[in-house]
Design a protein around this ligand. Structure first.
Ligand SMILES: Cc1cc2nc3c(=O)[nH]c(=O)nc-3n(C[C@H](O)[C@H](O)[C@H](O)COP(=O)(O)OP(=O)(O)OC[C@H]3O[C@@H](n4cnc5c(N)ncnc54)[C@H](O)[C@@H]3O)c2cc1C
Length: 544
């Protein structure tokens, strides 16, 4: 039986262009981080948004749908038997249903499969000239165009494939749960909030308690239990069940069943939101402008095509190692193996002129910046289109923690994301912004009068008084989550190589919480591979 706290994904969630509208909606757990005084300073309450999907398909029902598997090295360096790239690659391939393989270079073929259950395609064309202009600008910086960031090597700019099929989102609910063979064999309990694993006196997991329709019920397992509630939900359930750091559990009055570092060492991509003003040319984009864009709506409804089947500019993805870029020569050095390991990933989206004023409540709900910042963005948007650049720190040093905030399992846990807790992440953000400053100097960006918005931020020096100091301060204000948190129930720390929770029998975890290191890329790919991986563990003959 599958137990899910949410219900079915909504129609809105099937429309690729609508993903911004899902953040802060009823399909989102609407978590926020606990303030740490050194990051997220321009978010309401100094708390970064920490969105997570709450429906069948989980976060794949609300995410940006970019398909990137990370670098092979990310898996190899975990140094865990059964979890190297060589071990995991077959599981990525098992689910991969790449429909556009014929458009990839021949050298890519061996890295892909077209027949898996998760169908992947290119997004439709947003018909926004900044789509090609962005690629052009990066080419002018001599960033190589790499058709396949999941192939031979990972560096460059690309138009990436997405979890999108025939113009609709390909969530895991669509890829797996909607299949007839799955429907036949799987019972699903929707709107059922799991509060605890029932563990008996011999430390054997027997079942779970759930709250559904205000009723608390216990569901017993015949064989074993697999928790897949994600990097936040899984540690919360484990700690409520007495599996976690003994001192924290004792403090919460929970008796300890297994003393484990649950909730520790959370790692998440984070980024400074960088806003670029550009000239405006009556562009097609963004869901919030739909009332005036009836033709696009009709096109989407009739044929699932057109700008609404696109992902704005977000499918243009750049991965580079900023240490390997020579700004004077405008050259990317490919000389060392380090240069094959990206430390920055850029995506961007577009806001048409005047849209912030039209959709301020939605922007506020989705992004969570305070009024002081939103007002400045709104003003800049009065006469300009805006490109919002998200240059993610791909290998952050800062680590966070998840703890129970209350003994009441229905209350959200405390997420101490601790972004920028390590100064090196601030420096990485400054490097990323420097790269974007250089992008603004390319012919194509200059031609369209692109300039980075220097927000007036309390406590920050003026830009003209010191560029680097300003950007350091800016990064601490305009911090934003990459929404890729991993590691709160990590392999070899909380679960063994077969994903069994140490100290408790018949209990496993299969979601991103088990990933020890964050990958250089977007994380849905790995979470699905982990799902495929556990299938073999559960069905292996020698499984005790
Ligand atoms: C805004 C956003 C954009 C993103 N963009 C991308 C992208 O473009 N590409 C990409 O690869 N990744 C992206 N990601 C990240 C990616 O989607 C997630 O990392 C991945 O889906 C997480 O998988 P998971 O299985 O670990 O957890 P989840 O997908 O979060 O699944 C956990 C499930 O457990 C349920 N649950 C939690 N607690 C309970 C409970 N107590 N009882 C019952 N059910 C519970 C949740 O409702 C959810 O359905 C994005 C994430 C966000 C938020």
């Amino acid at each position: 039986m599958l137990i899910e706290a949410g219900g079915d994904p909504s129609f809105l969630s099937t429309i690729p262009m609508a993903s911004l509208g899902l953040l802060g909606s009823s399909l989102d757990w609407q978590y926020k981080t606990i303030p740490n005084n050194i990051s997220c300073l321009s978010s309401i309450g100094e708390q970064c948004r920490f969105s997570r999907g709450k429906s069948l398909g989980g976060t794949t029902a609300i995410n940006h749908m970019l398909y990137i598997r990370g670098n092979r090295y990310d898996y190899d360096r975990m140094n865990i038997s059964g979890w190297t790239w060589k071990d995991l690659e077959p599981y990525f391939l098992r689910y991969e249903g790449l429909q556009i393989l014929d458009q990839y270079p021949a050298s890519s073929r061996k890295y892909h499969n077209s027949n898996g259950t998760m169908k992947l395609e290119y997004f439709d064309d947003p018909r926004n000239p900044w789509h090609t202009r962005t690629v052009e600008g990066l080419k002018q910086l001599n960033i190589p165009f790499n058709k396949d960031l999941n192939g031979e090597y990972q560096i460059g700019v690309t138009k990436v494939a997405g979890y999108v099929y025939k113009g609709e989102r390909m969530s895991t609910a669509r890829g797996y749960l909607a299949r007839n063979d799955v429907k036949k064999n799987l019972k699903v309990a929707k709107n059922a909030f799991c509060t605890e694993v029932v563990i008996d006196d011999d430390n054997i997991a027997r079942g779970v308690t759930v709250v559904q329709n205000l009723q608390k019920v216990t569901i017993y397992a015949r064989i074993e239990i697999v928790l897949s509630a994600g990097t936040i939900g899984t540690p919360q359930i484990l700690m409520q069940s007495g599996v976690g750091p003994a001192d924290h559990l004792q403090e919460m009055g929970i008796s300890v069943r297994s003393n484990l570092p649950v909730g520790n060492d959370m790692s998440d991509h984070h980024l400074p939101v960088v806003i670029v003003k550009v000239d405006h040319g009556g562009l097609v984009d963004s869901l919030v402008g739909l009332t005036s864009k009836a033709p696009q709506v009709l096109q989407y409804l009739a044929s699932r095509s057109g700008p609404l089947a696109s992902n704005s500019l977000q499918d243009i993805v750049t991965l580079i190692n900023t240490n390997c870029y020579d700004f004077d020569l405008r050259q990317y050095s490919g000389n060392s193996s380090l240069c094959e390991l990206a430390d920055m990933q850029i995506i961007q989206s577009y806001i048409d002129k005047g849209l912030v004023a039209l959709a301020k409540p939605l922007v506020k709900q989705a992004i969570g910046f305070n009024d002081q910042v939103l007002d400045q963005i709104e003003k800049a948007n009065e006469n300009h289109g805006l490109i919002i650049f998200s240059p993610m720190v791909l290998q952050p040093y800062s680590r966070g923690t998840v703890r129970l905030a209350s003994i009441d399992p229905l209350q959200p846990p405390a997420i101490f994301a601790n972004y920028l807790g390590d100064e090196r992440d601030v420096e990485q953000m400054v490097k990323s912004i420097t790269f974007l400053e250089h992008l603004m100097k390319t012919q194509i960006f200059k031609k369209h009068k692109a300039s980075i918005l220097h927000l007036n931020l309390p406590g920050c020096p003026a830009y003209k008084c010191g560029r680097v100091e300003y950007w350091r301060c800016y990064a601490r204000h305009m911090t934003y989550s990459g929404y890729h948190a991993v590691g709160t129930c990590a392999l070899t720390r909380v679960v063994d190589e077969q994903l069994r929770v140490y100290g408790v029998k018949n209990l496993r975890v299969a979601d991103l919480s088990v990933l020890k290191n964050i990958i250089r890329g977007n994380t849905a790919s790995v979470s699905i591979a982990i799902g495929e991986r556990i299938v073999d563990f559960l069905t292996e003959e020698d499984n005790p």
